[in-house]
Design a protein around this ligand. Structure first.
Ligand SMILES: C[S@@+](CC[C@H](N)C(=O)[O-])C[C@H]1O[C@@H](n2cnc3c(N)ncnc32)[C@H](O)[C@@H]1O
Length: 470
């Protein structure tokens, strides 16, 4: 198709676009199901005029033979008025504060993909995709922020649009939806339910899958598997109660936290060899806290413990288990297929009585401590859940004090969902640690057992390396 995509930046360019059919195209695109919305000529003219007047908008039009056949626009989140967006529970308004609180996105770094439309006779030829891709490329090249979030919403039933956005690297934002009121073709104002999709792009233009990955660790199902692998010795007690035993059918042995105990032993062995007495310790991607618990019990010298974990659900359990002293109550137990069961915790570990124990819902990239701070960092089985293992190691290097220790592990079970660029997959962790920056202290394989389903046991072999910052 011989079309051209043009970015409009000046008000003077609008009349030509209107002459070339932009208004009619806009009307016809939105009059179609599922939206069936009505817009007058004046409203559309106002919409596009306000686009051009808003600082930093990206407005793209596709022209074919002097006719507009497609449009796409993105606006800075903070300049868009979301008055028509009604949150389902109506407890809040859709605003910058809400974006920060619920989406955990910085509104200053967030763009809203506002409009996308292609003339009916030009569909199915890749123009919509081309328009969105051009829009994303424009955002990457013009927005100076290190990370750019692109948010959009679409009708729940608009599967064609959703599939297109997925192909362009957008992911669904779970648990968020709004009702949007619009005038329909029949003159009535009606609400339709819209869901959100998000793509995060970092400065290099690489897809930042991290925020999306976090979603995988917020399901009850994942929580059940991690609570079992990390805390089954306490939660299930020494003997299984009748109800737990039924849940663990078939009555094979359950998973024990052997991996974490072994990490504690190895860390002790490796650091003692070097006569190291760490004081400040960080666990990155610490899930529900077992690694931190084992390391704390292995090093009486520790005075400050920090756990960072992006999953709010994991953080909540880490807090309950490591810090709070209340009984743990009911917890999810690995069940059938995707549905966990629930059981009451038989026991709990003693809470850690250390004033300087902090749990942050954060990524490795946003640990709230200065550079060169920690004497010891553990980062276990996170590398293969990270878009860029190399930069993860660099981030940890920066956080470590000179001569500080890093214990880093991974089963190298890479997956395109987490690490889309296959070039970044590694099969030996040592590749990530250049000799000029790191001294090797230890290298072991440790089994890591996991029970994702009540009849399925998985055993990984995790390579565990210990490195010292030079
Ligand atoms: C496979 S789990 C490993 C959990 C625990 N460290 C262990 O060894 O059992 C991966 C963990 O990494 C966390 N994670 C993913 N990306 C992260 C990042 N950029 N920074 C910190 N943690 C991250 C996930 O939320 C999840 O809890």
């Amino acid at each position: 198709m011989n079309y051209t995509i043009i970015r409009l930046t000046k008000l003077e360019e609008l009349p030509k676009a209107f002459e070339c059919g932009l208004i009619q195209l806009y009307q016809s695109v939105f009059s179609e199901p599922p939206y069936q919305e009505y817009f007058s000529d004046d409203e559309i003219s106002e919409i596009f005029t306000s686009y051009i007047s808003i600082l930093g908008v990206v407005l793209l039009l596709a022209f074919l033979d002097n006719e507009v056949i497609g449009f796409c626009s993105a606006v800075r989140f903070v300049t868009k008025c979301f008055d028509d967006f009604e949150l389902i529970d109506k407890k809040d308004t859709f605003s910058s504060t809400y974006l920060q609180k619920s989406f955990r996105l910085n509104p200053e770094h967030t763009w809203y993909l506002d409009e996308l439309g292609v003339r009916q006779d030009q569909r199915g030829k890749g123009l919509a995709k081309h328009l969105v891709k051009t829009c994303l490329d424009t955002l990457v090249s013009t927005d100076k922020n290190a990370t750019i979030n692109i948010l959009l919403n679409t009708a729940e039933e608009n599967l064609v649009a959703q599939s297109l956005y997925q192909k362009l690297g957008f992911h669904f934002v779970e648990g968020e939806a709004v009702n949007v009121s619009q005038m329909r073709q029949d003159g009535n104002v009606q609400k339709d339910r819209r869901i959100f999709m998000l793509r995060i792009i970092n400065k290099e233009g690489e897809i930042m899958t991290m925020a999306e990955n976090k979603k995988n660790y917020t399901t009850e199902w994942q929580l059940a598997t991690y609570l079992e692998v990390e805390w089954s010795d306490f939660l299930f007690g020494n003997t299984l109660s009748d109800s737990h035993e039924k849940l663990l059918n078939p009555r094979t042995d359950r998973i024990y936290p052997n991996f974490y105990r072994r990490i504690g032993e190895l860390a002790q062995e490796w650091l003692q060899k070097n006569h190291s007495l760490p004081v400040k310790y960080l666990d990155v991607g610490g899930s529900t806290g077992r690694t931190l618990y084992e390391i704390y019990n292995s090093f009486p010298s520790l005075a400050e413990l920090v756990l960072v974990e992006p999953s709010p659900k994991f953080c909540k359990w880490a807090q309950q288990i490591l810090i709070d002293s209340e009984e743990l109550g009911y917890f999810p137990i690995v069940g059938n297929c995707d549905k966990p069961s629930y059981g009451k915790a038989v026991n709990r570990p003693d809470p850690i009585r250390l004033k300087e124990l902090y749990i942050y819902e954060a990524f490795a990239e946003s640990v709230p401590r200065p550079a060169n701070y920690f004497d010891l960092i553990t980062c276990l089985n996170v590398a293969d859940h990270h878009p860029n293992p190399k930069t993860l190691v660099q981030t940890l290097y920066d956080l470590l004090s000179p001569n500080g220790y890093l214990i880093f592990a991974s089963p190298m079970d890479f997956n395109e969902i987490y690490t889309p660029d296959k070039e970044r997959w590694v099969s030996n962790l040592n590749i990530l640690f250049p000799n000029e920056l790191w001294k090797s202290i230890g290298d072991n394989d440790v089994f890591y057992d996991f029970r994702p389903h009540c009849r399925k046991w998985i055993r990984f072999s995790s390579q565990v390396v210990a490195k010292q910052k030079r």
